[in-house]
Design a protein around this ligand. Structure first.
Ligand code: NI
Length: 273
């Protein structure tokens, strides 16, 4: 079984004490490929360094809506340069967060639009962070897609309703499904997942955040993606091997990453010579 963790903050200081062991446990659990999204300008070089250092690790570069106030033409130029790095497979995480409102909403929107444009220009998918901003995010994405046919991405930690899920998938987007699927009373998420089926889903942990139910209150890590795959198998009434195969194929297609040796848990996540 080969799983892809499409959203993991392995650069987080929570992993400083035991990053190598975390990667070894991921490999043992069949999680052969990890995508590390960038969040803020200061952290992106660290993400790129990790993606260079280990096989099976890829990076995304973007400015998170929490720190949208730091966005500037200089940062945009820097992102464009970083995005040319051979391990970069997406622009993200970018988006709108009207729950925490850590940056003013108009500023979030401006940074989001500029980064969508950058992704369109470079032909890269986007990794979207969205909280309490369903309507605004769909408006922005609709505009973007109209201007950039073939634009694509993932709605990370999807929290919308089945209607939103269906529209996003019809546009060519995927829903990022992680730990919250395993929580009790996640009926809304279960309904959205059932509405789109396996073709519209990719798996993610968002580690160190959002651990699956058995590990709540503790640090999440990519090995726990197996719990998410198992919860999804149960929800959809499908064998877990089938879940793994399809979500891995979806992630490879979305991020244009090879399904060959890089996705092989035996050969990936080993340090490059
Ligand atoms: Ni994240």
């Amino acid at each position: 079984m080969i799983l892809i963790d499409t959203h993991c903050h392995l650069d987080d200081s929570a992993f400083d004490p035991d990053r190598e062991e975390v990667l070894a446990r991921a490999r043992m659990a069949g999680v052969g490929t990890l995508i590390l999204p960038g969040v803020e300008p200061e952290g992106i070089p660290r993400v790129l360094a990790l993606a260079e250092r280990y096989r099976g690790l890829y990076a995304a570069v973007g400015i998170h809506p929490h720190v949208a106030s730091t966005f500037s033409p200089q940062i945009l130029a820097q992102l464009r340069a970083w995005a040319r790095h051979p391990r970069v497979v997406a622009i993200g995480e970018i988006g709108l967060d009207f729950y925490r409102d850590r940056s003013p909403r108009p500023v979030q929107r401006e940074a989001f639009r500029a980064q969508l444009e950058l992704a369109g220009e470079l032909g890269l998918p986007v990794i979207i962070h969205e909280r309490e901003a369903h309507e605004a995010i769909m408006q922005e994405l609709e505009r973007w897609i109209a201007a950039r046919p073939g634009a694509r991405g993932v709605l990370h930690a999807f929290s919308g309703d089945p209607g939103m899920a269906r529209i996003a998938v019809a546009w060519g987007f995927f829903l990022g499904i992680g730990g919250p699927l395993t929580y009790p009373r996640a009926e809304g998420l279960w309904a959205a997942v059932r509405a789109v089926g396996l073709d519209g889903l990719v798996l993610e942990t968002d580690a160190p955040y959002l651990p699956p139910q058995p590990y709540r209150g503790r640090r999440n890590e990519p090995a726990y993606l197996r719990d998410v795959a198992e919860a999804l198998a149960q929800l959809l009434g499908l064998p877990v091997a089938h879940i793994a195969q399809q979500t891995t194929a979806n992630a490879c297609r979305l991020f244009r990453i090879p399904q060959g040796p890089e996705g092989d848990p035996v050969r990936s996540l080993l340090r490059d010579p």
